[in-house]
Design a protein around this ligand. Sequence first.
Ligand code: PLP
Length: 419
Amino acid sequence: MSSGLKPIIGERIAQAVSPLGSAALTEESLRAHIAPLFSRVRQRSEIYLSNHSLGRPLDLLADDVREALDAWYTDMDGAWDVWLKEMTTFRHNIACLIGLNRADAVVPKISAGQGLRAVMNAMPQEKPRVIATRGEFDSIDFILKTYHARARASVGWVETRDQPGRPPEVDAGAILDAIRSGSPDLVVVSHICYATGQRLDRVEEIINAAQAKGALVVLDAFHSAGVIPVDFEGLGPDFAIGGSYKYTRGGPGAAWLAIHPRHLDNPRLRTLDTGWFAKRDTFGFERPDEPLFADGGDAWLEATPAPLPLFQARSGLQLVLALGVERLRRYSLEQLGALRDVLKNHDIESYQGGRTPDQSGAFLLIPRADAHPACGALKQAGVNVDARLGHLRLCPDVVTTRAEMERAGAIIARVLAGR
Ligand SMILES: Cc1ncc(COP(=O)(O)O)c(C=O)c1O
């Protein structure tokens, strides 16, 4: 079931998207109606294929941030009304993005890692037993290792499986074995693996198996939210974490922790990552000895929030919601197929991380032992890609044209052949 909430879309995005109707996205329709929203970044001469790393900002983003600042200059502390309204809108729109029916289930964070720490600091056990995979992103990996090193958690790692000629695979069977043969308190898995784009198999079974053992589950949705339809409530993990700087084009600082609604009214599940915005009456300034928490997801808010990143995140999130994730996904798969064909015409093998395109995220991989220096050379030649674990990662977006992909293919072939 997707979110029953209706996205809040501003006039400028609504106007831009409206001529597209409900038709499938095409390069022509995107060039006519969506590309003009990106006039500033389109002035850059390079071919930008690092949208899986840092999404391209709309021109509107600067206006939105200016609106937040103008409110401050003109209204001083009156700006808080504008700022806090934006926080409510951000929570609402993220709820729409990930299939939640309650906006208060979304808690703004500055990073996904901060969301994970809020969960770690909510665990009732002194030293929770955690199961995670070797396929988690560095921030998550490092946080868990730090808790383990400080004896604040005991983390068991599920190894990835080597595959000849392909990047190691996150093995759903091995995760299930670890859960079934252990007694985890918390399981942390990525919906789509950051390094390979592999979409986790049997994710529902993993969540169910963990919960059958009494464990809570954190789903890292950084590479899935905005890329594939995410039905958080239906899928049922206890928490999800994600952020805005990739596929929803919101830049760093606007991340989130989502809490499954079944936990929202549970006073026993509360985090130590707290502050006065989690109080029952933030502006009542009462200070009883027993901390009294706000209702629902607001009990998970913490100290004074940072409003500017939420303005920064506004336009990109609205664009994704207005275009629709399903439609974007279909277009992304078409683009990845086209880019693959272009590369193949230059005798360059590339693939998506999962076994089928449908089991993969939004980027393409080119295996290269020299991925990092190759990436530097490509940037110099005018193609912006990035590198992880012996692979180049390439991700076109709605502004990338077929002609750019053709040019990128020729440059990539020339640069890689010369190394
Ligand atoms: C899967 C995944 N999780 C989390 C993050 C970011 O984590 P943080 O916001 O803690 O830096 C990334 C960034 O690339 C990611 O790919």
